[in-house]
Design a protein around this ligand. Sequence first.
Ligand code: AMP
Length: 124
Amino acid sequence: MTYDKNNIFARIIRGEISSKKIYEDEFVLAIEDIAPAAPVHVLIMPKGDFISFDDFAVKAGTKTMTHFFQVITIVARMMKVDVSGYRLIMNHGHNASQSVAHFHVHLIGGKPLGGLLPGDDKAR
Ligand code: AMP
């Protein structure tokens, strides 16, 4: 699979489509999800051309990866969920229902999130 430079997140990164920015630096952008699944739902994405987590993990260097994951902790603090807790979701490919082929991490929180998967309501 080749990276599609016209996917919606690539266009948001280029400023062609508007978004609610939470954080931005030279390498990373974080925006509010347009259809939030919880009171806090931020999408954190590297600006580089990575299709998914797998692509990012294989191709990005250590420096890029380290910075990316550090930004997630910064965003968690900005959204004030670092103490109450949050969930990170990275959908890779068809079975995970990845709908935008530009790597992004969902940071979700602001309420108890229940079980790991839909229908899994076990208290944890
Ligand atoms: P995934 O299914 O993991 O690829 O997640 C894609 C996410 O992008 C979904 O949660 C969508 O609600 C979100 N999304 C799609 N278009 C936009 C947009 N224009 N601005 C913000 N979030 C979006």
